[in-house]
Write a protein that binds this ligand. Structure first.
Ligand code: UD1
Length: 425
């Protein structure tokens, strides 16, 4: 049975919320477990749909995987199956991250083209080019990325764009490639730093994590490790936007506030008072007045994350004044605006830009989630709409937000999960 959410607007969110491990980190760390024979343990895993899907992908490659609460235990065999084409592959984007480890370990890989959010075209040319520089042949054949190498070797690689996925795949192949690999214009996201930390614990030699240049000295083999997933900065930021939008007072724990420096600065510009917690493990957002208009431009980290763009639109749609939102990564993300217009937002797009004129209040309507973040953005907008907003296709939200409705209710929001009626499903 599929489900939808009912969101009654009007509540001010108040209280404390705990954020667990990041979706965009745990899935890559699970893929990294392929690099070492033996048992790797990953803790602080979020209980979201994508984690068991990734576990299925790893099982199809020959691993034994158990998921117990927030701990994933992955036992990787000496001989891996190099074909990753199980049905789970098509259900999440991060499944493509098995490509680098398989090329590193098996020197060949057949990886079904991944699925994931419908947020625009998501080519793999930079992943393939990087692997080619390391000595592999790579083509797309019958819906799969095929990569094969007689042997890998270190290389100087310049990425056209600091792609998160390409950086991860090239890095995970390079750690087992003899010689020195330099990845220039590498992505700098905290999730990449977390991956580099885990790889180093496994015996890899990686320098430059968190900078645009990663230098890797290939080693012969890696050993398994136990590693903790970093807190989900995107989920943490979601609660920060929810607090600002509802003129609330929310303390967010489990996230490094420095991973959100720019985001928190933007919310301050919108009128929020933000303090970081003394232990450095979170922050508090208090908003007393209607948010003010703020411009947002999405860019690779440390720029404003594209994953937060729907929340920027939701916030500015009820802000005082006019804001400009610029999307530089995923062109289809502005589809979200069509749903926001159903809720009474005054927004229009022109290419990469959206102009949002803030209105005093939105008005409830049935709306459809097109991806994880758009779905959550609609719930946030529903919190500021008159009446009850129905948000459909919420399975997207379940892919990325553990205990979403429970956390909303804990903070005082009137959000309920209900089964779809058969004639609407
Ligand atoms: C990851 C995140 C996603 C986030 C995105 C950008 C995961 C599972 N997903 O996605 O939530 O929105 O980073 O922060 O971690 N590109 C190419 N060729 C390539 C690879 C990418 O042209 O070979 C382009 C993409 O179309 C996009 C841009 O590069 O315009 C950035 O994509 P990338 O950083 O690779 O995003 P993902 O790793 O797919």
């Amino acid at each position: 049975m599929t489900e939808h959410f009912l969101v009654r607007g009007g509540a001010r969110l108040v209280g404390e919320v705990e954020v667990v491990g990041a979706k965009n980190s745990v899935l890559k760390l699970m893929a990294a477990a392929l690099l070492a024979e033996g048992t790797t343990t990953i803790t602080n895993c979020p209980q979201i749909l994508d984690v068991p899907l990734m576990a299925d992908v790893l099982r199809s490659l020959g691993c034994e995987v158990t998921l117990d609460g927030d701990t994933a235990t992955i036992t990787t065999p000496a001989e891996l199956n190099h074909r990753a084409d199980s049905p789970s592959m098509g259900k999440l984007r991060a499944s493509v991250c098995v490509l680098g480890p398989l090329v590193g370990r098996c020197k060949r890989a057949v990886v079904a083209l991944p699925g994931g959010d419908a947020i625009g075209s998501r080519p793999l040319d930079m992943h393939q080019n990087g692997l080619r520089q390391l000595g592999a042949h790579s083509e797309i054949e019958h819906g799969c990325v095929v990569a094969e190498a007689e042997g890998l070797h270190g290389a100087q690689i310049w990425l056209d764009f600091p792609s998160v996925g390409a950086t991860e795949n090239i890095l995970m192949a390079a750690v087992l490639a003899p010689g020195t690999t330099v990845i220039d214009n590498a992505a700098r996201e905290p999730e990449i730093v977390n991956l580099c930390t885990m790889l180093t614990e496994m015996g890899a030699r990686v320098e430059g994590a968190g900078t645009s240049t990663l230098t890797v000295e290939g080693v012969e083999r890696l050993r398994p490790t136990e590693h903790r997933v970093i807190g989900d900065r995107i989920v943490g930021a979601t609660w920060a936007f929810a607090a600002a939008m509802t003129m609330g007072d929310v303390t967010v724990r489990g996230v490094n506030p420095h991973h959100l420096d720019l985001v928190l600065e933007k919310l301050r510009a919108a009128g929020a008072e933000i303090t970081t917690l003394d232990d450095g493990d979170g922050f508090r957002v208090v908003q007393d007045e209607r948010p003010r208009a703020v411009d947002f431009v999405t860019l690779p980290y440390p720029g404003f994350a594209t994953d937060l763009q729907p929340f920027a639109i939701a916030l500015t749609s009820i802000a005082e004044g006019t804001s400009m939102i610029t999307e530089n990564l995923f062109e289809a993300r502005f589809r979200f605006i069509e749903e926001m217009v159903r809720l009474g937002a005054d927004a229009r797009t022109d290419g990469h830009h959206a102009v949002v004129r803030g209105v005093e209040r939105l008005s409830s309507a049935p709306v459809w989630a097109s991806d994880i973040r758009a779905g959550v953005g609609l719930v946030l907008a529903g919190l500021r709409a008159d009446g009850v907003t129905e948000v459909w296709d919420v399975f997207h939200i379940d892919r990325g937000y553990p205990m979403f409705v429970e956390n909303m209710q804990k903070l005082g929001a009137d959000v309920r999960r209900v089964d779809d009626e058969p004639d609407r499903a």
